[in-house]
Design a protein around this ligand. Sequence first.
Ligand code: ATP
Length: 463
Amino acid sequence: MADAGLMEKIVSLAKRRGFVFPGSEIYGGFAGVYDWGPYGVFLRENVVRTWERSMQEHDDIAFIDSGIFTAPEVWEASGHVSGFNDPLVECLSCHSKLRADHLLESIGINADEKMSEAELNELFDAARKDIVCPVCGKKQFGNVVQKNLMATSTLGRFSEEDKEVYLRAETAQGIYINYKNVLQTGFYKIPFGIAQVGKVFRNEISPRQFLFRKREFEQMEMQYFVRPSEAPAIYESWRAERMAYYDRLGIRPDHLRWKRHDNLVFYAKDAWDIQYEYPFGWGELEGLHYRGDYDLSQHQKFSGVDMSYRDEKVGGSFIPHVIEASVGVDRTVLMVLAEAYAEDEMNGETRVVMRFHPRIAPLKAAVFPLLKNKPELVAKAREVYDDLKKAVPYVIWDDNGNIGKRYRRQDEIGTPFCITIDFDTLGESPEKKDTVTLRRRDSGEQDRLSIKDAIETIKKAIA
Ligand code: ATP
């Protein structure tokens, strides 16, 4: 169910509680770029680690970390220089730059990705009278122009004759150009995969929807190299695995669905997306694509390097087929934020609480001394804090304001546990010496536990 109000609440909480800040905010912003705040850094890290772990469970997947910059030929071979375009149209009234295909989609018309500029203009002209600018509500547009999404740079370029240099628009190409290097380490035989996580850049015409469509973002990609005959079955098993994976992030299965691509690019054998129901509606989260041998063949053609694989098992040699699993870090974080956001009532008050799965919550526990001006209490709380930090990552000290306020704050950050150290901990009532109050985020329940049991409870919950 689309809920535009929810998106606003998430954006505002993300800033207020230190998850995500608008890029270059003090200079009025920089479209398509956001900065991770103190808790956003941890949340992002937990999302990435969960993905990395799921890939590391496969002994046949190697990790690499390739450069953001490559030889320009990489993007000529991949087809990005000639074909990685989005159709731009300008509103003649408010001068917003808009995606022509998205405007057509808004009135139920599907523009094929393969359409030429002329074909797109024909389609747009026929529908022009019904298309409304989503920014100003007027109906006056210019012509549709294809815009390339590759961001360029002057890195290593000192004269006009030097070739244009690109920032990578996907991490996958770094994997293809290193496929032979990984094979030559001698540890991998087909079928095997190469995974990497990294920043990418795309000149998106209209960056929007917060973390969903950025110009600088991150991808987690895995390319699996297979024998052509085995590809369809392996593709199916990756599809099943990737959908099941989202349970680890605590995503409700009915908030995810499969969507098959209507129009396959000419080399693709099959392509499905996993969509999530974002506050603005269903949107692509991850792509699972069976790409045939296109990528390695193109690099063989452009570089002259033989990309074929000598098959010791069945004899002969062939160019491996590629199955790709590609997901955005930022779109995953946005999903996790949307999934966690809740408002409920506690002790007669409405509260906002981020119900993150404890495994991905940016902070696992907060430690509170009941009062900050009682040295014995603070010293004992420090002891507990130090012990907890040794057992559990991402723990925070919080002595600011009354306990109720501290709970509210930790609820909004999504911290699953709070530990309070009070006079009973110090032995004011002897039977309670060395016990603490452990408060649970979701239910608000409080238990009196020994320090050791409190730490064990937290450890178990995030294991
Ligand atoms: P879209 O159709 O939404 O533009 P895409 O099909 O171009 O996405 P891919 O090239 O398949 O996306 O990229 C793989 C993944 O990278 C996507 O599934 C998405 O999670 C993420 N991604 C793509 N573009 C962006 C962006 N502009 N901002 C944030 N994440 C993105």
